[in-house]
Design a protein around this ligand. Structure first.
Ligand code: MF3
Ligand code: CO
Length: 248
């Protein structure tokens, strides 16, 4: 069952997602060669709590940290570490927060110093795929319209879309119905209605779509070791069109 949110609930979700966006902006600004992702995780948790919210991922199905940090060939759910970031890395960061019982969820991928042209194109295509998906968050569109739009942009740039992980409905639970795949067919799937809230999160690989999970049980990496990027926004379907909740 897809849970429809009232206008007041959407405003509450906006506040939870505002926390997420502000935390992400702060950790993005701290990314540089020599910084560690463990430092970024500590910053994120502290800032989140200072804003009166609770980190949404820590303890979720046993995930041990607040900020998912997934450099280079890591796709999602990477663990923060004490290894310093290096010039040329790309780093995906995913953050969730709970405020007044509602979840926020967003992710971004950033460059560490100067990066390769391919890495830069991968990041741009992944963010453009997210934007293309968001555009379909309108009453009367179908989920397949959104999924197909994401896929078209990512594959049109010569990259591949991860299938093993998908976006999701979001609200009082981090993961609600429906699943939001980053691949699909126009005209298929459920019809979008005002008050639906979707976390749209394309994961796009420079090489093949296949991913593997490391021995820690969480970290997803590309099977071929090539780069991966991840961008995510929490977006409400409204009569006025898409409302991106996870902006600062
Ligand atoms: N944005 C991711 C998701 O929706 C982050 C979840 S990390 C987890 O699945 F640790 F909470 F699972
Ligand atoms: Co998510």
């Amino acid at each position: 069952m897809i849970i429809i949110k009232s206008p007041a609930e959407l405003d509450a979700m906006r506040e939870a997602n505002r926390v997420v966006a502000r935390v992400l902006a702060e950790v993005v600004a701290a990314v540089k060669p020599g910084a560690t992702t463990a430092q970024l995780d500590a910053m994120a948790e502290e800032m989140c709590r200072a804003m009166g919210a609770v980190p949404g991922f820590k303890g979720y199905h046993g995930y041990p940290y607040s900020l998912c940090c997934s450099p280079n060939e890591q796709v999602v759910h990477g663990f923060p570490s004490d290894d310093p970031l290096q010039e040329g890395d790309i780093l995906s960061m995913d953050f969730g927060a709970v405020l007044e019982g509602f979840n926020g969820d967003a992710a971004t991928t950033v460059a560490v110093g100067q990066i390769s042209d391919e890495a830069s194109r991968l990041m741009q295509a992944t963010e453009a795929a997210l934007v293309a998906g968001i555009e379909h968050c309108r009453p009367g569109r179908r989920l397949g319209d959104l999924s197909a739009a994401v896929q078209k942009v990512a594959e049109g740039a010569g990259f591949s879309v991860v299938r093993q992980f998908v976006g999701h409905g979001i609200g009082r639970d981090l993961h609600e119905e429906p699943q939001v795949p980053n691949f699909g067919s126009p005209g298929r799937g459920v019809e979008l209605k005002p008050g639906m809230v979707l976390a749209i999160e394309p994961m796009v690989n420079a090489g093949g779509a296949e991913v593997e999970i490391l021995a820690d049980g969480w970290t997803a990496v590309t099977a071929d070791g090539k780069l991966s990027a991840h961008f995510e926004h929490t977006v409400a379907v409204t009569d006025d069109g898409p409302r991106i909740l996870s902006l600062p």
